[in-house]
Design a protein around this ligand. Sequence first.
Ligand SMILES: Nc1ncnc2c1ncn2[C@@H]1O[C@H](COP(=O)(O)OP(=O)(O)OP(=O)(O)O)[C@@H](O)[C@H]1O
Length: 580
Amino acid sequence: MIDKNVFRFNKIRPVFIGLAGLAVLQALLIIGQAYFLSKAISSVWGGATVASQLPQVALFFVCFMMRQVGHFIKDKWLDGYAYEQSKEIRQQLLKKVFSLGPNFVQKEGTGNMVTMAIEGISQLENYITIILPKITNMMIVPWLIAAFVFTQDVRSGVVLILVFPIIILFMIILGYAARAKADKQYEGFQILSNHFIDSLRGLETLNLLGLSKRYGKNVYNVSENYRKATMSTLRIAILSTFALDFFTTLSVAIIALFLGLNLINGLMPLFPALTVLILAPDFFLPIRDFANDYHATLNGGNTLKSIFAVLDAKESGVQEDLSLTHQWDVTDNLSVQNLGASYGEAIDLDAIRNLDFNWQGYGKIGVVGRSGSGKSTLIKVLGGFLNPTPESHIEINHQELSTLKQREWQQQMFYIPQDPYVFHASFKENVAFYVPDASEEAILSAIAQAGLTDLLTELPEGLATIIGEGGQTLSGGQMQRVALARAFLDHSRKVLLFDEPTAHLDIETEAELKETMLPLFEEKLVIFATHRLHWMKEMDYILVMDEGQIVEQGTYQELTTRNGDYHRFASDVVGGQVDE
Ligand SMILES: Nc1ncnc2c1ncn2[C@@H]1O[C@H](COP(=O)(O)OP(=O)(O)OP(=O)(O)O)[C@@H](O)[C@H]1O
């Protein structure tokens, strides 16, 4: 009934103890209410004056008011707790997603992760504020009421105790059916989220290909499936509410019948009969309350399970403490042997394998190869965004590492992917991303070096213009130049990993930028993956990749004089066989 993941919330024990205390108090107040009300009515019935019963009526009101105050305090307290917990879990979730990296998000689906962090967390709040108190009430309140009823009329107590397990049994049977439906509904929800984000991202492509209508139909079908799954879960939820209402009303009616017959036959005085009759609906109230939100319990349970599954996801690759306390310099050494990596266990062939190379100090290493040869994968492994296979050997300054996901390494590294991300923030903030306290003068100079001055003059609010999604949109080439401007601004990072940093630029623009980029490469370790061979002349060393392996390596001189893979690749490029 209670999802065991709940016990992983912070400070949940005191919460359960508090809820249990409040449930006991509530049960006592319910009993008090019934007791004083029946006392007053039965005394007036027995001939006492109304005035003489005023103290009983006042006590009834005190119990009634205290119940309401109890509810209010409980709601306030749980709201605060739920808010704190959801904030904490959201932070943990984001931290975990960051450390699991982009491949994990890609595998799980961006839409799914977004809805989990937003909608999922609000369901979790719901679970804490609504479901937990209802479950605790259900476990405590009926038993205290039943105990009191036994002191008044044993037969009524027996009826209550007999009906309770029948209702629970019914709930379990319906619960099993509802769980299967709720699981299906949750799965549908995840598919819908992924489909929706996917279609928003691909809107431009779909429009261009004239497929937006067909794809729209696809989203419609997925949402229809989700609607059907929701309706089917609701059907079971409504059925269970109806069944519970039916049984509880029937039980109250049976008790009323017994009490009525006893009263008519003079076997029982009015006071206990009235008290039991007032208490009987309150005995069933917690279970009815819970049943009304049973559907939300299942959803909350599913969300908890998926959130904690992400939090428990194993981060492959242990974080050894890399002892690199200074910025990369001429004395430092990077060596990889038998390096391999894959994107998932299901994929048979590793995206890269058996890579060996060794580098000391500064220098420019070019990585070339056909599309799909593994250049980006190598850069991702070197950047620590993708873990290598367990057979790989990586060493920095002869320190063996199982992954390059090392804070000390990543903090001195600068990475430009094929499609750099521009955040929804001002132009200035985007450029000063790595150096937030850079002076305006330095930012303007970096912008000029990246060839973005023209864009800046066109932006309505200059440096303060919001760019990125929801702001001024930039072209692929402009985004790459923003990423380059970030690199021009940050002189402290000595390791540059570039994955086709100029892929979205035309040849003329690239030639212009190349002049400003080359000085940036001085006194740095640069690993530069590209299709465009003219960069290779500037490189100190070249790795030629094909089908996930380094097929040739050496200096530009060596490779151009040798009639090897580089030569063949270069002639294919010149001959137009390779898409540049
Ligand atoms: N996210 C991913 N999930 C699964 N497989 C992938 C993923 N990214 C790349 N691959 C596969 O890994 C192999 C190497 O791809 P990679 O992107 O490293 O090549 P590349 O040389 O950088 O190509 P390009 O120049 O087109 O970017 C390819 O077979 C590709 O299909």
